[in-house]
Design a protein. Structure first.
Lengths: 338, 625
């Protein structure tokens, strides 16, 4: 190992609020158990990449007793689907996930009430999972496709329901800022390991250990994907990206001039999910999109300090900044350098 | 007129077609053959979303003139498989969850295919090297690497094809199960249609004239020559807006097209719709604008002096100030054993979603103005559009197309208004796709910030008081500045029980590119300062950095900085788990990197070394460090 290459580690913690800030948040959804034991969900959601369609398919499948691959989710259309507001603020799983869960419970109840009549059992003995429906403690059991056929053709009932989920937030006091901006909070922390080349000033982020509370992980692999993606966006923020302006004119107006993390810049990420369910929501799940990238930059700066004894307080920690800081440290012995 | 005759083989089919001589291979594939799986992310060979094979060699089709493909064998993502019959690599991408927004994924699948065709036994480092020309903004690459390694092992028969379908199916519930992404097959095969992939009959193409001045009065807009250009069907300026002309996520301060003056370089002034993109561009180039330059502000400190106003009618450059007050910091500092003061700053950052802004607009048979775009907030956009177009709200319809990455960048309604004006004026569908350069210059960035920080602690490491003051550059328009300031203020002091807090965040107008919503929304800027301060304090107090955080961490029942009682707080659990997970060696943060024993574990990637990969023998043997 070269003498100029120094390793170091640093840690940082973070917290974040889930859903719209300091204002009521609400989302609506419609659910229908459809022919063939499938499910039709309509809500104001379009996939933006976080995996929300899969999360909603899992939630709907779980609540309705159908298979996730048999869940159809409609388009997000202000004239055709219920309002679920914006795709941001780490609110999709929390707001729309809970809205879909509640709508599905309504639709399911209609089917269960019919099947209770059909089987002459109490509705609360009826369960459904993975395309099958049965009455606990009896021999009654059938495919969901058959049950939905009976429900429609014999009883004339379409199991359909609409619901909404509300997260109760208040605004902040204009003088002292007091208020209840969110009802659910998440917490996280990351350790970063870097190698700094004191000859070139280059920092390589080699490892991230990330631990995040998400309430309840509906799809753990999806949560990991959000953590890994968040970490790598933070690598850009911490080490290379900079939208530079000169008198209002950009100096980084193309991808040739604006440096982004590539496959060669990314650390290995080891994730651990903590589950502290939200006591106020049906699913218990909270969120991960934004909180995933909050602790990364300070963990990297703390690791750089550990490696070479200079503290970078101005992002990004470019090679030029590292070299200048090292030079200044050598000149005046100071460890506290911008 | 098309005048270039091409004969070539595409995905095994012989094709003879006349196209435009100025087309790139990318245009030929997308426009003439509707092979829209090949995406345009940057148009400059930097991002890899347009990767295809020409005679078996991986190339970026945005860099290849269509004429050069004459006689060649071309393979696109559509040729590798379809959602029912996917290639091993496509199946592996589905299995590992390698696709998120999916916009880079066709290019990634092509690059992965090239990697394993050239070197079926490529090791992880070689995979990374081969895929280095393709950018992904969502996944962090890890699950993409996992996918290529999985496909490699199946291709080499080291693993059975069953791995593609393996996931633990829980017995009683789908909650907590790694169900495969339901949107993955359409993404890995290039079948999913994003806004830029849409075509409608009689569709016109929009182009936009943008300001090259940071702050200037518009004296005159001369459209005479532009109107005479062949194919031009409609031109709109601010004068064409029928309703109340402003929009914005929190403060509605931005006109659809610049009114009277421009406030930043890149601001839209005129929009043109024409039969082709080229005609619309010609028209834009023929427009003459007479400006009178105004003195401008580029520094947020200058903005606070109020000598120049960016929005005169507000009488101030302050967009939003959020104060938080808890306890009495002055008194608490008197009791502190240690007081540290410092300053931190963060830079503006581009979202760099791989899908540039794009949208389609039309007025339907019932007179409903319809806009299809990857907007992150169609609920709010519909409200604003109804007001701008002076229409009842049910006569405005927004459809959210699949989003090729957003990260907050697609919350601003910055181009949909122009589409609506031209669709209404021409009664023809209008399409707009930004170039990467246009997208970078005109869309909002992460707020650059400067933070002044003062923290007082006991010698045991308990935080007694904190004062934070952050100033952020909001740029020319309000966008999400108000919300970003709020979140920065509420969360900035971190997950710690602090009894005395004085927090102020301020966002101001300048003549810089607007700042807006970006993943982590202000909390990133202020929490960065807090987490740096805690390590500075820990060194001075000779404490372990985990320890100083645990001593201060919130517990259930604590009051947050906004005096809300916490019904749950997992920060201690998180820190304990993290300490175990990272196998952390305890000790104060005093640059002990060279003596600590917890570094160099297998959970790190290999460091890149200059020329290291040239030394690799290509048989999977690792290069010595």
């Amino acid at each position: 190992m070269s003498l100029t290459k120094k390793r170091g580690r640093g840690v940082a913690a973070a917290w974040y609020g889930i859903a719209r800030t300091a204002a009521m948040d609400q989302a609506g959804a419609w659910a229908e158990i459809d022919d063939g034991g499938s499910a039709k969900i309509s809500t104001g959601v379009t996939e933006i990449g976080e995996g929300i369609l899969t999360v909603l398919a899992q939630v709907a499948a779980d609540e309705l007793g159908v298979k996730p691959e048999n869940v159809m989710i409609g388009e997000n259309d202000t004239s055709r689907s219920p309002e679920a507001a914006h795709a941001g603020a780490t609110r999709q799983t929390y707001m729309i996930g809970n809205a879909v869960a509640l709508a599905c419970r309504g639709a399911r109840q209609k089917l269960f009430d019919v099947m209770a009549k059909e089987w002459k059992v109490e509705a609360n003995t009826i369960k459904a999972h993975n395309g099958e429906i049965w009455s606990e403690g009896t021999n009654y059991k059938m495919e969901m496709s058959e049950a939905i056929h009976i429900c429609k053709k014999k009883y004339g009932v379409i199991p359909v329901a609409g619901e909404n989920y509300t997260s109760h937030h208040t605004g902040l006091d204009p003088v002292d800022g007091s208020g209840r901006p969110w009802q659910a909070y998440v917490f996280g922390g990351q350790v970063a390991e870097v190698e700094v080349d004191t000859a070139t000033g280059e920092v390589q982020l080699l490892g991230i250990w990330a631990c995040h509370d998400v309430g309840k992980a509906i799809n753990p692999k999806g949560v990991e994907g959000q953590i890994e993606g968040g970490v790598v966006q933070a690598v850009g923020q911490a080490l290379m990206e900079n939208y530079e302006l000169d008198k209002g004119r950009t100096k980084s107006g193309s991808f040739a001039k604006y440096i982004l993390p590539t496959s060669l810049d990314v650390p290995k990420v080891t994730s651990k999910i903590v589950e502290d369910p939200d006591p106020l929501s049906p699913l218990g799940a909270k969120g991960i999109g934004e909180p995933a990238m909050v602790p990364t930059s300070p963990a990297i700066m703390n690791a750089i300090y550990d490696a070479i004894g200079v503290r970078i307080k101005s992002l990004p920690a470019t090679p030029e900044k590292i070299l200048n800081a090292l030079k200044e440290k050598k000149q005046n012995g100071s460890r506290n350098i911008n | 007129m098309p005048n270039l005759e091409l004969k070539l083989t595409i995905n095994g089919r012989k094709i003879k077609k006349t196209t435009f001589s100025h087309y790139r291979l990318l245009d030929f594939l997308r426009e003439d053959l509707d092979l829209t799986g090949t995406k345009e992310g940057c148009g400059a060979g930097e991002c890899g979303t347009c990767s295809v094979f020409i005679n078996g060699k991986l190339v970026k089709s945005c860099l290849v003139p269509a004429a050069k493909a004459d006689g060649a064998k071309i393979e696109t993502v559509e040729g590798l498989g379809n959602p029912e019959q996917m290639s091993h690599i496509q199946k592996a991408f589905c299995a590992t969850g390698a696709s998120q927004c999916g916009f880079c994924i066709p290019g990634m699948v092509m690059a992965a295919t090239s990697t394993l065709r050239n070197n079926p036994k490529a090791n992880l480092e070689q995979i990374k090297e081969e895929m280095g020309g393709n950018i992904c903004r969502c996944t962090g690459y890890q699950k993409i690497f996992d996918a290529v390694e999985m496909a490699r092992d199946v291709i080499n028969k080291e693993k059975s094809e069953k791995v593609f379908d393996e996931y633990e199916k829980p017995k009683n519930s789908f909650i907590g199960a790694n169900v495969k992404r339901i949107d993955a097959p359409s993404k890995v095969t290039g079948r999913l249609k994003y806004a830029a992939d849409m075509k409608l009959p009689n569709m016109l193409h929009m182009q936009v004239l943008r300001s090259d001045r940071p702050h200037a009065k518009i004296l005159n807009i001369d459209l005479t020559k532009a109107k005479k250009i062949d194919g031009v069907r409609g031109i709109v300026t601010c004068d064409d807006v029928p309703g109340i002309d402003n929009f914005g996520v929190f403060i509605e301060d931005q006109p659809v097209l610049a009114k009277d003056k421009v406030r930043y370089v890149g601001e839209a002034i005129v929009a043109v719709a024409a039969d082709t993109v080229e005609q619309a561009r010609d028209a834009i180039n023929a427009i003459k604008i007479k400006y009178k330059d105004l003195p401008a502000i580029y520094d947020p400190e200058e903005a606070l002096k109020e000598k120049i106003l960016i929005h005169e009618h507000y009488k101030t450059n302050l967009v939003k100030h959020i104060p938080i007050r808890k306890g009495n910091t002055e008194e608490a500092f008197k009791k502190a054993d240690l007081i540290i003061e410092d300053e931190f700053s963060t830079q503006p950052v581009e979202h760099a979603y791989l899908e540039p802004m794009a949208g389609v607009s039309y007025v339907d048979q019932d007179g409903v103005l319809t806009i299809v775009s990857p907007s992150q907030n169609i609920t709010h956009h519909r409200h604003m559009m109804a007001k701008i177009m002076n229409l009842p709200i049910h006569k405005v319809r927004f459809i959210m197309s699949p989003v090729g990455g957003g990260f907050g960048g697609k919350e601003d309604m910055i181009y949909q208004g122009m589409l609506a004006l031209l669709a209404t004026k021409t009664r023809q569908p209008i399409k707009y796709v930004m170039t990467r350069e246009e997208d970078i210059v005109s869309t909002a960035k992460r707020h650059p910030s400067r933070t002044k920080y003062k923290m007082g602690l006991t010698k045991e490491g308990k935080i007694l008081a904190v004062e934070i003051s952050m100033l952020a550059d909001g740029g020319a328009y309000g966008c999400s500045t108000e919300g970003v300031m709020r979140k920065a203020a509420i969360l900035g002091a971190g997950p710690y029980n602090i009894e005395n807090l004085k927090m102020d965040t301020r966002g101001v107008y300048t003549n810089n590119t607007p700042s807006g919503a970006f993943r982590s929304f202000g909390a990133l800027q202020t929490e960065f300062a807090t987490e740096s301060m805690l390590d500075i304090a820990a060194e001075k107090l000779q404490m372990d950095p985990f320890e100083i955080r645990r001593i201060n961490a919130f517990v259930k029942g604590n009051l947050t900085h906004t005096k809300q009682e916490l019904n749950s707080a997992s920060i201690n659990t998180v820190l304990n788990e993290l300490e175990k997970l990272s196998n952390w060696e305890k000790g104060p943060p005093q640059s002990r990197g060279q003596i600590r024993k917890d570094t160099f574990s297998k959970d790190n990637r290999d460091a890149c070394e200059l020329g290291a990969r040239l030394k690799s023998n290509g048989n999977g043997k690792r290069v010595n460090r």
